[in-house]
Design a binder for this molecule. Structure first.
Ligand code: ATP
Ligand code: MG
Length: 411
């Protein structure tokens, strides 16, 4: 991608109406633009990151046997009334059509999926079943000051599992616990698996919490890794000694990037989702539900991986791997060489952005490069000659390498 043609440019000063670090940096670096409070447009750089995160999640869900689907965002009021959530789901957006029909704008999808599954399964042979989607959700959130951490419109992965009995559900729940930790690891986030109350559904559930001052939740946890509970439920106080001798428990602010919980037969009962067991007897399907905030993950990565100059994208989710900074681009031989290196990197399958702008100081180009946060900066100028000056965004040292050496480094 040629930076001169990229839709979305860097901005030098912080947007006035943003408080959160993620929104300030993502807007300044040209990844997103605000539409209204809690609603953002994703520009090419932003969409590249969002898609990479979604693909990591997709890959792990597929590995865990999930089948991807795409459910409707516009949902019937009738099903929401059946579950009682038309009135009890506070953040539900209700839409009235010109024909006076009311709809729910999906904040979650049990009301759509459970009746759909009822149409398509009938026997124990159809179970277990694991279905997921990556889709825009709508919630009328009261607080929308955290940038893409809390949107009124946001991207979520929601997976629902269907089982013959509790025992089979519990087995799958254990699979998903491992799957979740793998997702967050691949996004370079340390997510602490935290016990939380299951709300109306059950006694327990797990949240995946990332330590950050930007978080709206708090946990009491053991840095040794054997204990973590959400402050809202827990009786355990900060300072208590860890039973395994890891020292005292700490209280920290966290961002909830995902959660998993049992739904038992709550929705199966409402929609009469049953299957015939081996004896031909009707049984209620046991369900589980597993969410990950994809756009919130992107915001969390920015909250965790940045410095005073800008974002520092982990390689697995970076919009590009290499950012070529062309200096002296008014000199034809330098410009030609920069473009040649750019094309050779592309031919090697290495995603590359090239700052081909003319008449811009080196300082301005480096500042933009640091702000955008692509993992490798490659400078090509009169001074670099046949070599390339390489620097990792996360490190200070630069080195001079040949193109072959650079490609080896990146592969
Ligand atoms: P929270 O407590 O943060 O409101 P939640 O308990 O409502 O989250 P779920 O309804 O289970 O969360 O949604 C699954 C995941 O979707 C959450 O773990 C979170 O990562 C993400 N998420 C929830 N609400 C939002 C939002 N308004 N904006 C962005 N991501 C969200
Ligand atoms: Mg919520």
């Amino acid at each position: 991608m040629f930076y001169s043609k990229l839709f979305g440019k860097t901005v030098k000063t912080d947007p006035k109406d943003e408080i959160s670090v993620n929104a300030k940096l993502l807007i300044r670096a040209g990844f997103i633009r605000k539409e209204l409070a809690g609603v953002y447009n994703f520009l090419p750089l932003g969409l590249r990151v969002l898609t990479k995160i979604a693909n990591i999640v997709r890959d792990e869900m597929n590995k865990a046997g999930g089948q991807e689907i795409l459910l409707s965002a516009l949902q019937t009021k009738n099903n929401w009334q059946k579950t009682g959530r038309w009135n009890s789901f506070d953040a539900l957006f209700k839409v009235k059509s010109r024909y006076e029909v009311e709809y729910a704008l999906g904040p979650t999808h049990e009301e759509v999926l459970v009746p759909l599954v009822k149409q398509l399964i009938s026997s124990y042979k159809d179970l277990p079943l694991s279905l997921y989607q990556i889709q825009t959700k709508f919630r009328d959130e009261p607080r929308a000051k955290s940038g893409i951490l809390r949107g009124r419109e946001f991207l979520m992965k929601d997976l629902y599992s269907f089982h013959q009995d509790e025992e089979d559900f519990e087995k799958y729940y254990e699979v998903m616990r491992k799957t979740y930790l793998e997702v967050f690891k691949r996004c370079s986030l340390e997510a602490i698996e935290t016990k939380a109350g299951g709300g109306t559904f059950s006694q327990f559930s797990h949240e995946y919490q990332v330590i950050s001052e930007a978080g709206e939740d708090e946990i009491v946890y053991c840095p040794g890794g054997d204990f973590s509970e959400n402050v809202e439920i827990t009786e355990v106080k900060e300072g208590k000694q860890c039973e395994l001798g890891h020292g005292s428990l700490k209280k920290v602010k966290v961002i909830e990037v995902g959660n998993i919980f049992p739904l038992k037969t709550k929705f199966s009962e409402v929609f009469d989702l049953t299957y015939k067991d081996k004896n031909g007897k009707d049984q209620l399907v046991v369900m589980g539900c597993y969410g990950i905030g994809i756009s919130r993950l992107m915001g969390t990565i920015v909250e965790v991986h940045h410095d005073d100059k800008g974002i520092i994208w982990p390689e697995s989710v970076a919009p590009f791997m290499v950012h070529i900074v062309g200096l002296d681009m008014d000199d034809k031989s330098v410009a030609d060489r920069a473009e040649k290196v750019y094309k050779l990197l592309l031919a090697e399958g290495i995603e590359t952005l090239i700052d081909d702008r003319q008449n811009l100081s080196a300082g301005e180009k480096f500042a933009d490069c640091d702000l955008i946060g692509i993992p490798y900066r490659v400078v090509i100028s009169k001074k670099t000659g046949e070599k390339l000056e390489v620097k990792k965004r996360s490190e200070k040292e630069t080195s001079f390498v040949s193109l072959d050496e650079l490609i080896k480094m990146l592969k």
